[in-house]
Structures are given as structure tokens and as C-alpha cells.
Design a protein around this ligand. Structure first.
Ligand code: TGC
Ligand code: FAD
Length: 393
């Protein structure tokens, strides 16, 4: 089989719904991925290696904090930002994950909840990729229910002392700063966010090994034992679970676009393969109705997913988006992408399990994407609560 090269996916002239800047950002990111990610990603995936050499070029293209204004950030619209994550995830979910966490879960809370001093210290350096961030919400015992967290902060003179464990933290061991969510004992256990430099005494990050998913992304457990930070490290605008959930809205939005990228990679690969691969009477497998049914399902679902997230993006630009809209897009688009990966893998037969093709890697990555940032079922319940007015958590 000749090598299969991605050709882009657009069934209903979706491009005509984008403006010139949006198409330009999409095309620039696509070229970056084609030139820099595709040639190395299978090796990174095999080796379990995060391609750190891509951090600087991604910074130069304005991918970090892309939708923020000032501090050297690109000030992109939400659809432009989404198209960046779509293209990055067409390369690999792990790379998109790195950008999502750095931008939406670390730069965004500093930008939204931080002091001028915190913003000036961290945002320009993070935009340039000179400093990296991670986001510590999940704990070993509290994933879907972060409000149960055990991590505590207590005031001691002009410092806070943090104690606790965080688990499954993307970029944990490569980060310079961690946004740590903790209950503040002196404030009746109110949840607040802290900027914790990762070289502080008592802070430790240990990587999770043996992952079959997101192998090109670093995932760590964090331990904080009597970690002292100055009171100036508290993010003053944070207060309650609502604050980390506001960050999650930003990241979930990017994931809903990103999943389309992974689906497109799988679908386009399967389509090209089906036209080349011959079985029975020397005919391509694309000529069989059962194969066409799979391709038709995939292109229909990809197209519906594009329209859903585009509308959510337009609402976000207009300041009208609600978190349940983002939940619907994250839930639907990641499910859709995982189904596309499974169908595409099937179309490639035995070749589908080998890393000569990107499909199995995307499928394994998407298993994590289905779980993180709110599991599929948690988003079902968020939508359910929105339409019924009744919480079923
Ligand atoms: P609940 O009582 O419903 O809400 C607490 C307060 O927050 C408000 N709220 C939100 N605000 C903004 N955005 C949202 N999405 C919000 N959802 C709820 C809510 O109105 C309330 O406000 P107030 O003023 O009344 O205090 O909280 P709950 O404890 O019942 O939990 C709700 C639930 C289950 C939906 C929530 O905890 C949840 O979303 N759980 C999933 C956890 C999760 O997504 N974790 C992600 C960790 S980070 C990660 O996975 C990074 S992966 C790497 C990558 O991105 O690539
Ligand atoms: P659980 O909450 O234990 O859920 C297990 C199962 O029970 C799921 O199917 C879930 O849907 C179901 N369930 C739970 N509650 C209910 C309910 N009320 N009703 C019905 N079903 C329910 N977290 C961070 O803070 N920062 C990160 O950077 C980060 N990166 C991650 C990277 C990777 C690769 C992974 C896999 C996870 C990452 N996470 C991160 C953690 C992620 O957000 C959690 O894994 C996720 O929120 C789910 O929590 P859990 O794994 O503890 O599963």
C-alpha cells in the first residue's frame, strides 16, 4: 500500500461558513502538523515521548493562550482557536492536550483570576513556551466529583501551606508552575486556586507509566507535603468549585473541536485505503455496500459535529454560550470520533492495528479523551440536569 496523506475533509462546504482569518489559521496549523508532527508522532507514541522540541515552534505560531488578549497572546476568535485544536488533534490528541492544558487550564485562570503581578510574571513567558504549566484538580479518590477533594491550604503568617495529592495530571513533571485547587481551612473549606512553582520544597511529580493512551503526552501524579507558597500566589479571583469549572469550559470547548480532527484523520485514511485495497473479483473494498455504509456514517457524523461546535463557537464569541452547550459538544464529538476510529480500524482489517497508519493510536488516545474533562456520562448528566432542572449526579 502506498503511504496515505491527509487531504482534508469537507462534505457540505463547511469552509464557506468560516471567514478568511479562520481558514488561514486552520491551514497554517494543518501545514505545521503535516511538516512537524506527522513525521515523528508514531516514534513518539512508541517511545512514550512528549515531543518537547515542538513547544517553541508552536509558541511562535501563537498556539499558547491563543484566544487571550495582550501579554503577547494572539487574541484569536473562538472558532480560530478551535480550528487550531482540531488540526493539532488530527496530529495527536496528546499534543492537543498539552496545548489545551497550558492555554485553557493554566494561562486562562491566571488571566481571569490573577493579579497584574501574576499575569505579568507568567503569561508572556508561557505564551513564548519558556514556562510550562499544569492543572491539578483530580485526586486519587475524586475524579468526576472534584468537590470532594482532600487537598488543603492553611494560612501561616504571610504564607499558605498546601498538603494533598493530585492524580492524572497532564504535563505534571515538565511544568514550571502548577495551578493547584485546594480547600482553604481558614475560609470554611472554600475551594481556591494557587500558583505553585514546581521547584518548591515538598512538591513532587511522578509520571504514570504503562499508559496505552496519550503516550506522547506526559501524565503525572503530584504530591504536596507542607508546600509553602507566599500569599501572593493565591489566585485572588477564585472562590468555590465554579472557578475550576470555568477553566474546564475553555478546555472542553477545545476538545470538542479537537475530536473532529482525530475523526477526520481516521475517516480520510479509511476512505483512501478502501479505494486502494482489493478483495473479491479484484474490486476495491470501497465498492461493497457494507464498507460504504461505514464511510457514509462517518462523514455524516463528522459533518454534524462540525456544525454543532461551530454554533457553540459563534455563541462563545458572542458571549452567549452556556456550559451545557459545551458539554453537548464535548460528549457528542468525542463519542463520534471514537466510533469513527473503531469503524476506520475495521475497514483497514489487520493493517488497522499497526502504526503504519494513525488509526489505532487515535483510537487509544480517544479512550482518554472520552474520560477526561468530564466523562461521557458526566456530560450526559449535565445535559440531563439542564433540560430537566434535576441533578442526577
Ligand atoms: P455543582 O453544585 O453543580 O456546581 C458548583 C458551582 O459551579 C457552577 N457550575 C459551573 N460553572 C461554570 N462552568 C461549569 N461547567 C459549571 N458547572 C457547574 C454551579 O452553578 C455552581 O455554582 P454556585 O454559584 O451555585 O456555587 O457542583 P457538583 O459538585 O454537583 O459537580 C458538578 C459536576 C459533576 C458537573 C462537576 O463537578 C464536573 O464537571 N465533574 C467532572 C470533573 C472534570 O471534568 N474534571 C476535569 C479535570 S481536568 C482534566 O481532565 C484535564 S485533561 C487534559 C486535557 O484537557 O487535555
Ligand atoms: P471516576 O470519577 O471514578 O468515574 C469512573 C466511572 O464512573 C466513569 O464511567 C464515570 O462516568 C462513572 N461515574 C462517576 N460518577 C457517576 C455518576 N454520578 N453517575 C453515573 N456514572 C458516574 N485531571 C486534572 O485535574 N488535570 C489534568 O491535567 C488531567 N489530565 C488527565 C490526563 C489523562 C490521560 C487522563 C486519563 C485523565 C486526566 N485527568 C486530569 C483526570 C480526569 O479528569 C479524570 O480521570 C476524570 O474526571 C474522571 O475521573 P476518574 O478517572 O476518577 O473516574
Amino acid at each position: 500500500m502506498p503511504a496515505i496523506k491527509f487531504r482534508g475533509v469537507d462534505f457540505i462546504q463547511f469552509d464557506s461558513l468560516l471567514n478568511d482569518e479562520e481558514r488561514l489559521v486552520r491551514d497554517t496549523t494543518r501545514k505545521f502538523v503535516e511538516d512537524n508532527v506527522i513525521p515523528i508522532i508514531e516514534e513518539c507514541n512508541r517511545a512514550g515521548r512528549f515531543p518537547r522540541e515542538l513547544v517553541k515552534p508552536m509558541a511562535e505560531l501563537g498556539f499558547f493562550g491563543a484566544s487571550l488578549h495582550g501579554y503577547g497572546c494572539a487574541g484569536m476568535g473562538n472558532v480560530e482557536y478551535g480550528l487550531v485544536t482540531q488540526e493539532l488533534e488530527r496530529g495527536d490528541s496528546g499534543l492537543r492536550s498539552f496545548v489545551s492544558v497550558h492555554s485553557a487550564l493554566v494561562m486562562y485562570p491566571i488571566y481571569t483570576f490573577g493579579t497584574d503581578e501574576q499575569k505579568n510574571r507568567w503569561l508572556p513567558a508561557m505564551q513564548k513556551g519558556e514556562k510550562l504549566g499544569c492543572f491539578g484538580l483530580t485526586e486519587p479518590g475524586f475524579g468526576s466529583n472534584p468537590g470532594g477533594m482532600r487537598t488543603r491550604a492553611r494560612k501561616s503568617g504571610k504564607e499558605y501551606v498546601l498538603d494533598g495529592e493530585k492524580m492524572w495530571i497532564t504535563s505534571g513533571s515538565i511544568a514550571d508552575v502548577a495551578v493547584i485547587w485546594a480547600k482553604v481551612e481558614d475560609e470554611g473549606d472554600r475551594i481556591r486556586g494557587f500558583l505553585v512553582e514546581t521547584d518548591r520544597a515538598g512538591f513532587k511529580a511522578d509520571d504514570v507509566h504503562g499508559k496505552w493512551s496519550l503516550r506522547a503526552s506526559v501524565t503525572s501524579g503530584l504530591s504536596l507535603q507542607d508546600v509553602r507558597v507566599p500569599e501572593a500566589n493565591l489566585l485572588p479571583g477564585t472562590g468555590g468549585l465554579k472557578s475550576p469549572l470555568m477553566c474546564l469550559n475553555q478546555a472542553r470547548y477545545g476538545i470538542a473541536w479537537g475530536a473532529i480532527g482525530a475523526a477526520m484523520a481516521c475517516y480520510d485514511c479509511a476512505l483512501q485505503y478502501a479505494l486502494l485495497r482489493k478483495q473479491f473479483r479484484d474490486q476495491p473494498i470501497a465498492s461493497h455496500q457494507l464498507v460504504q455504509e461505514k464511510l457514509a456514517w462517518m462523514i455524516t457524523e463528522i459533518t454534524k459535529a462540525q456544525l454543532l461546535i461551530l454554533q457553540v463557537g459563534r455563541l462563545k464569541d458572542a458571549g452567549k454560550v452556556e456550559h451545557q452547550h459545551i458539554s453537548m459538544a464535548k460528549r457528542n464529538n468525542v463519542w463520534m470520533a471514537l466510533e469513527c476510529a473503531r469503524m476506520s480500524r475495521d475497514i483497514l482489517g489487520a493493517n488497522g492495528i499497526a502504526d503504519d497508519y494513525p488509526i489505532m493510536r487515535h483510537m487509544m488516545n480517544l479512550e482518554s479523551v472520552k474520560t477526561y474533562e468530564g466523562t461521557h456520562d458526566i456530560h450526559t448528566l449535565i445535559i440531563g440536569a439542564s433540560v430537566t432542572g434535576v441533578d442526577a449526579f
